[in-house]
Design a binder for this molecule. Structure first.
Ligand code: SF4
Ligand code: SF4
Length: 246
């Protein structure tokens, strides 16, 4: 049996409070540089900074008002301004859902493209790779896949791709993008551009008065331009494709 989305729209409604922390970009513990701007139980659909820009543009074209709130952020060391890595959609139901159809289907964010896979992590282990995967039980069409403990990485990937197809590829891509963003954060830390430590030590209100999006910040600091970012994301898409197709 294959997973087939019946476009019921369940995953596009009642978005606030149902996103689990594990499905988010990174927690503060990872780097001591990534902070959460919203209470954990009030988190909605989360998108990367560049995805927010795309959704805003699509919203303008379709005359749909889209509101976002900062979700994950870094702090610029020099100006003490918030650098927003990811945003949450500040709507209970997604404004792009009309008659249970996504109006921006081709341009929807990765979190939507990989649903109902809400978490995927691939870690190197001493004898190969370990994979953690979580599938949301809220989706009525999920297909449970059972493996024994010692399943090989290739077998795991083959089976998931066979059943979840592009959705699985997009979950792999989301994992790769998260790793890519974490690497960019490491570069910013190495260049001593961002604050690492306890959030209590900085003035949070002041920080958000002059916030900047991650994409603009990378460009401002000559780490990565917009076109290079687009190229890197396309490359990650090709890698995800190679991983799932073996
Ligand atoms: S809940 Fe599942 S079946 Fe319904 S739209 Fe979302 S992915 Fe598709
Ligand atoms: S962008 Fe599309 S798929 Fe994602 S929540 Fe909105 S309507 Fe649903």
């Amino acid at each position: 049996m294959k997973f087939e989305c019946i476009k019921c729209g369940i995953c596009c409604k009642n978005l606030i409070g149902k996103i689990k922390e594990s499905s988010l970009l990174a927690s503060g513990e990872h780097l001591n540089a990534v902070f959460l701007a919203q209470p954990i139980d009030k988190i909605g659909l989360s998108v990367f900074d560049w995805e927010k820009e795309i959704m805003e543009e699509e919203g303008r074209k379709l005359n749909i008002q889209v509101r976002f709130l900062p979700l994950h952020f870094l702090v610029d060391k020099i100006d003490e301004k918030a650098v927003v890595l990811s945003w949450m959609l500040s709507h209970i139901n997604c404004p792009f859902l009309k008659n249970d159809e996504c109006l921006i289907y081709e341009k929807r964010p990765l979190i939507c493209r990989s649903y109902p896979i809400t978490f995927l992590e691939i870690k190197k282990s001493f004898d190969g790779f370990d994979i953690d995967i979580e599938i949301s039980k809220e989706c009525p069409k999920i297909v449970e896949i059972e493996f024994d403990e010692n399943v090989y990485f290739d077998e795991f990937v083959r089976k998931y791709y066979e059943i979840y197809g592009e959705t699985f590829k997009d979950a792999v891509l989301l994992f790769l993008v998260n790793s890519f963003v974490r690497n960019l954060i490491k570069i910013l830390i190495e260049k001593d551009l961002i604050f690492v430590g306890r959030i209590e030590e900085i003035n949070v209100k002041k920080m958000f008065e002059q916030k900047v999006g991650f994409v603009d910040y990378l460009e401002e600091n000559k780490i990565l331009g917009r076109n290079e970012l687009k190229e890197s994301l396309k490359n990650l898409e090709r890698i995800a494709e190679r991983i799932v197709k073996g």
